[in-house]
Design a protein around this ligand. Structure first.
Ligand code: ZN
Ligand code: ZN
Length: 323
């Protein structure tokens, strides 16, 4: 399923099976998660996608062949996340921040992704997956889980953690936070009682509308919804010294706000991409929690429908495509 021009639907195409180049693995795709970032690529909200492109960066695949120098066992089930390549030499790569690499390439954005029957990936950026979850249920760990986990880490030791937008990432993060002894305050679109029930089911201590303030001040908050207007609302909910993490790759403009909301050493920061270290840590941690995922599966050919449902906010948990 390929994107030719932003703003258009994906087109189903029959193509030759890719041949793994040196350092690459060829995977038979068993499942691929649908992430909000795919929507941002398809809707033209991110700069310079390589076109045409096969979206999808939560790939669960079975190793079919290895190019020269790639060493995954044939038949192994592995995962391919958003981070597909880094240079290994720039100031970020050499200081443990390869997520910020100047020359990074991303799966489903500059590298063909997993909305396909087969995919190739750089073997160094693939990961073993927890055996406890089946193909569809493990797929959302690869972005919603990994970026969610990095966001949670950046939020620090927050006893009371707010989460704005309760989709795929939030329903995973809430489970890890609760396991760590944190109380989760889940904020959803005003009046979205179904999402609030869903949040409670996945461990939220309190649920409410995003334009309401929580009953107690929060130590930290994460915004997963791509809505800049949530920034002043979330800042208002923080105690002094609290941290606000913007976890999405794209957000509408943040409105002007009184300095008093930031005063008191409150911090606003973004989280960009992931490092391979994040992936190793989180994929090891997930089965210990144990993280469960709520998924809705679609045949690969219905990728446009799955994306439409996500765009309309008519999904609970994560959508996953099955070739
Ligand atoms: Zn680099
Ligand atoms: Zn993603």
């Amino acid at each position: 399923m390929r994107l030719h021009r932003p703003g258009e639907r994906l087109i189903a195409e029959l193509r030759d099976r890719p041949v793994p180049q040196p350092g690459q693995v060829l995977l038979r795709v068993r499942a691929c998660g649908v992430c909000r970032t795919d929507l941002h690529v398809i809707d033209g909200e991110l700069p310079d996608p390589r076109l045409p492109i096969v979206p999808g960066h939560e790939i669960v695949g079975e190793v079919v062949a290895c190019g020269e120098g790639a060493h995954w066992p044939i038949g192994a089930r592995i995962g391919v996340p958003w981070l597909g390549y880094t240079c290994g030499r720039c100031r970020y790569c050499t200081s443990g921040r390869e997520n910020l690499c100047d020359a990074a390439r991303f799966t489903g954005y500059q590298l063909d992704g997993g909305y396909a029957e087969h995919a190739v990936a750089d073997a160094r950026y693939c990961f073993e997956l927890p055996r406890e979850l089946d193909d569809a249920h493990v797929a959302p760990l690869l972005c919603a889980g990994l970026i969610g986990y990095r966001s949670l880490r950046m939020a620090g030791e927050a006893g009371r953690l707010g989460i704005y937008g309760f989709g795929a990432a939030a329903h995973i993060v809430a489970q890890v936070a609760r396991w760590r002894g944190q109380k989760v305050y889940a904020f959803t679109r005003p009046g979205d009682t179904a999402a609030q029930r869903f949040a409670a089911e996945f461990g939220a201590h309190w649920t409410g509308d995003s334009d309401h303030q929580p009953p107690e001040p929060l130590d930290a908050a994460i915004i997963f919804a791509p809505v800049g207007a949530l920034v002043p609302l979330a800042l208002q909910a923080l105690r002094k010294g609290g941290v606000l993490v913007c976890g999405g790759i794209h957000m509408s403009d943040i409105p002007g706000l009184p300095y008093a909301l930031l005063w008191g050493e409150r911090v606003i920061r973004s989280v960009a991409n992931l490092t391979r270290q994040d992936a190793l840590e989180f994929l090891e941690l997930a089965p210990r929690v144990p993280v469960q995922t709520h998924v809705e599966t679609f045949p690969l050919a219905q990728a446009n429908d799955a994306l439409g449902r996500l765009r309309a906010g008519r999904l609970q948990g994560a959508a996953v495509l099955l070739p």
